[in-house]
Design a protein around this ligand. Structure first.
Ligand code: C2O
Ligand code: CU
Length: 481
């Protein structure tokens, strides 16, 4: 048993203060600033990563020193229409190298933002141009892929929203980015625990303060009879969020950017692993004085993180019932399971696990030496990036991956450059047909996923608990041109 179990492994989120008296209606909830579309243009949109401050806590508390894109937390929402080009110049004003990864975009490999694999990391003071077209409409996000465990924990992430060619009529579009921060009493990021091996070998870095859109109690004003497309994104380093929106009649309409057959959320409950997104359609019928709480229950307590509040401006009149009919994205869905390349991905290690040894940087090492080098997890017996790819696929080949979590911890496996279908869970057909880029596996669970490897290049597959990724759970594969 390489690690002792720890009571510290799951810090609870702090219980939210109860608001007294009248609600302070924040202007933030009213409208989401909408950036001009990044239409084809010769000029890049400059996105600057730099240290800054964010008012995460209530205004009477100190601002938190963070790292931010363009000085805001979350970073600016980038918005384009499906099929258009994104042209962003990342300027690095951080004290360390960085990159931008466009999570969930089926992207040109050279733009995938993985240091050492698809580009050189962008040194402090330097910049890098990302220019690519977006094939799929939906909810995506961007974040660094160099020391992501530190840079994401310090606040670097933002949404990339790709709009359908035809906007839905009469439906308000609103996004919520959820993050848990580990803050000290002084409201500052607990820096001493960055890189803490106890976190790395357990669940990952779990925060104690949950923010929605960078606020510890988000208030969103909604009019009676309003329809909302709510885009949720979990940017936590490691926390699997269990959110409840306490309003009836919520439909799930997309996962990880890809439309699903709409289905009702039971009790407004949704579980989102780090990196995952969900799009919901909500028909609000709040009456004067009413609100619908957004709560988080993963720590076993019910924590209010935000609320939808009745907006005392006249009710919305719809001339016809709004419809959100999301067309399927142009994914390669023609899985050829008969001739698929079968790949196994075995997750091992972590606290209370049975991993005794693993390959690391070309050498077999026992668990003690691995931990000495910051490694706690392995994929197929290899800790950290293997020298050889997990597999090499001819372009167009179907790949079927048998994911096996032989650890005591949940893992969110993320695939770059492609979306996959979850075919089976624990040998049973998956309960929902969904095309995903990230899939959560609870301890000792299995899942079978498949995808058509149609995007040439070198792609990562890794755990999106960022500390697990950094301490071993990472690999890569090749799709031939
Ligand atoms: Cu969102 Cu490789 O990560
Ligand atoms: Cu993991």
């Amino acid at each position: 048993m390489p690690f002792a179990p720890s009571r510290l492994s799951r810090p609870n989120l702090t219980r939210r203060r109860l608001l007294q008296g009248g609600l302070a209606l924040s202007a933030f909830g009213l409208a989401q600033p909408r950036l001009p579309a990044l239409a084809q243009s010769a000029e890049p949109r400059v996105l600057t990563a730099a240290p800054g401050e964010a008012q995460l806590l209530e205004i009477s508390r100190p601002a938190t020193r963070t790292w931010l894109y363009d000085g805001v937390s979350p970073g600016p929402t980038l918005r384009v229409r499906q099929g258009e080009e994104v042209f962003v110049r990342l300027v690095n004003n951080l004290p360390q190298p960085t990159t931008l990864h466009w999570h969930g975009i089926r992207i040109d490999n050279a733009m995938d933002g993985v240091p050492h694999l698809t580009q050189h990391a962008v040194a402090p003071g330097e910049s890098f141009d990302y220019r690519f077209t977006v094939p799929d409409a939906g909810t995506f996000w961007y974040h660094p892929h160099d020391r992501a465990w530190e840079q994401v924990a310090r606040g670097l992430y933002g949404l990339l929203i790709v709009d359908e060619p035809e906007p839905a009529e009469g439906i308000r579009d609103f996004a919520i980015v959820a993050d848990d921060w580990r803050l000290g009493e002084d409201g500052q990021i607990d820096e001493a625990s960055l890189g803490n091996m106890m976190d790395w070998s357990h669940a990952g870095r779990l925060g104690n303060t949950l923010t929605l859109n960078g606020q510890d109690l988000l208030e969103v004003l909604v009019r009676h009879n309003a329809y909302m497309r709510l885009r949720l994104c979990n940017t936590c380093n490691a926390r699997v969020l269990e959110l409840r929106i306490e309003h009836p009649g919520i439909q799930l309409v997309a996962l990880d950017g890809q439309p699903v057959e709409p289905r009702a959320l039971t009790d407004g409950y949704i579980r989102l692993a780090p990196g995952e997104r969900a799009d919901l359609l909500i028909h609000f019928y709040l009456e004067p004085g009413e609100m619908a709480a957004i709560t988080e229950v993963s720590g076993g307590q019910r924590l209010e993180a935000g609320r939808f509040v009745y907006h005392p401006i006249d009710r919305v009149i719809h001339h016809s019932e709004p419809h959100l009919d999301l067309a399927a994205n142009p994914l390669p869905t023609n899985l050829d399971l008969g001739t698929a390349l079968a790949v196994e991905l075995l997750m091992e290690g972590g606290a209370m696990g049975s991993l005794a040894q693993a390959m690391h940087e070309g050498e077999m090492k026992d668990i003690r030496s691995l931990v000495g080098e910051g490694m706690a997890w392995s994929l197929n017996g290899v800790a950290g990036m293997p020298e050889a790819p997990l597999f090499t696929a001819a372009r167009g080949r179907t790949i079927a991956v048998d994911l096996r979590n032989d650890t005591r911890w949940p893992h969110a496996i993320h695939l770059h450059g492609h979306h996959f279908r979850v075919l089976e869970r624990d040998g049973q057909p998956a309960e929902m047909e969904a095309w995903k880029d990230t899939v959560l596996l609870d301890p000792q669970k299995r899942a079978k996923i498949a995808f058509v490897a149609d995007n040439p290049g070198k792609w990562m597959i890794h755990c999106h608990m960022l500390e697990h990724q950094a301490s071993g759970m990472t690999s890569w594969f090749v799709v031939e041109a």
